[in-house]
Design a protein around this ligand. Structure first.
Ligand code: SF4
Length: 343
């Protein structure tokens, strides 16, 4: 790929394959109301110019600390939250310009799995009704028998059983509830699934099971994932590429192996240094960042990271770095970093 905002070059042809998803300069500013008249007095810079592409069948891991805008980016792509500006193109259609009816039809192709499986499942509905809701909305089952068969099939696909049809969410463990959430997302045969911290609330062993399940489903159904997490170790196994976000911006995006073995941005280095290594003989130098993440209401000028960056220079507080290719753009054009002194 020659540019994180453009399509993948088809080897040997010079042609560029159209990506499944293209996000262009996405911005989400959330107004803060105040005063007696409830006027807008400030705004949260939740997402501040995010661009990337995603090819069919690919998984993009998106990582960063709480408040970096990764979940807001995922929700803006699906228009669960209205972006302030920017464009989202899915299969060549401008999602950001779609009327409500077209958007409802598009919802079949783009689904989301939430972090808290218990909160996202209606406790008063049976598992069958939860999964079947989307089948009814999109009229995907012609007869009651087909309706039931499809739900049982979905339950078995995610490792549950048809016997669970009449049970309620509270009767399941956290991992099983997340499997129900996955079955619900799969019910409409989507092409893209945003996994919004989908395994973050689960125990480590259950995390691995759910990630394995998502990988199997991807292979079977040619699914495309945006896999959001706050921990680099969680996205390592599942991601083809990884984007690192800091205060609403992508600061580095690369193929997973490149990012984990040759991180360029000081923030990525700090995140990676906190990832435990299973081999006790290998010691990794811990990079400790000073202070907390600054408020996204008044993000620092220039490079948002300059207040915590161990190699910041005076230029950093004035000039905002843009994403630029690392090394030779022709050979290593899939690796991009936003730093004045790296890459
Ligand atoms: Fe650090 Fe400056 Fe690079 Fe930002 S631009 S990451 S502050 S060195």
């Amino acid at each position: 790929m020659s540019d994180p905002t453009q399509g993948e070059r088809v080897a040997g042809t010079g042609n560029v394959a159209a990506p499944l998803l293209r996000v262009e300069n996405l911005v989400k500013h959330v107004p803060i109301k105040g005063g007696l008249l409830g006027r807008t007095v400030d705004k949260v810079h939740a997402v501040d110019g995010v661009s990337f592409t995603l090819n069919a069948g690919e998984t993009l891991g998106v990582v960063g600390e709480s408040g970096c805008g990764k979940s807001t980016t995922g929700r803006c792509i699906l228009r669960l939250i209205e972006p302030t500006s920017g464009e989202v193109w899915f299969e060549g259609k401008n999602v950001t310009a779609m009327a409500p009816a077209a958007l409802r039809a598009m919802a079949r192709d783009m689904q989301i799995i939430f972090q808290d499986p218990y909160a996202s499942l209606n406790p008063r509905m049976t598992v069958g009704a939860i999964i079947g809701e989307a089948l009814t909305i999109h009229q995907l089952a012609k007869t009651p028998r087909e309706y039931t068969e499809r739900i049982v099939g979905l339950l078995e696909t995610v490792g549950l059983s048809g016997d669970h049809l009449q049970r309620y969410p509270h009767e399941f463990s956290g991992g099983q509830r997340q499997r129900i959430g996955i079955a619900r997302a799969l019910a409409v045969s989507p092409k893209l699934i945003v996994c919004d911290e989908a395994v973050s609330a689960l125990d480590v062993s259950i995390q691995a099971q759910v990630i394995n399940l998502l990988e199997d489903l991807q292979a079977q159904h040619h699914l495309t994932y945006i896999f959001i997490a706050h921990d680099l170790s969680v996205v390592e196994h599942i991601s083809d590429r990884v984007a690192v976000m800091y205060l609403g911006r992508i600061v580095e995006i690369a193929r997973a192996q490149d990012l984990y073995t040759r991180p360029q941005h000081p923030y990525t280095e700090a995140l990676l240094s906190a990832v435990p290594i299973p081999d006790p003989r290998v010691k990794r130098k811990r990079v400790l960042l000073q202070g907390d993440v600054p408020s996204p209401i008044h993000p620092p000028s220039g490079c948002h990271f300059h207040t915590r960056c161990p190699i910041a220079q005076p230029q950093c507080s004035v000039e905002s770095p843009v994403l630029k290719p690392v090394g030779d753009a022709g050979a290593a054009g899939s690796h991009w970093v936003a730093c004045h002194f790296r890459g």
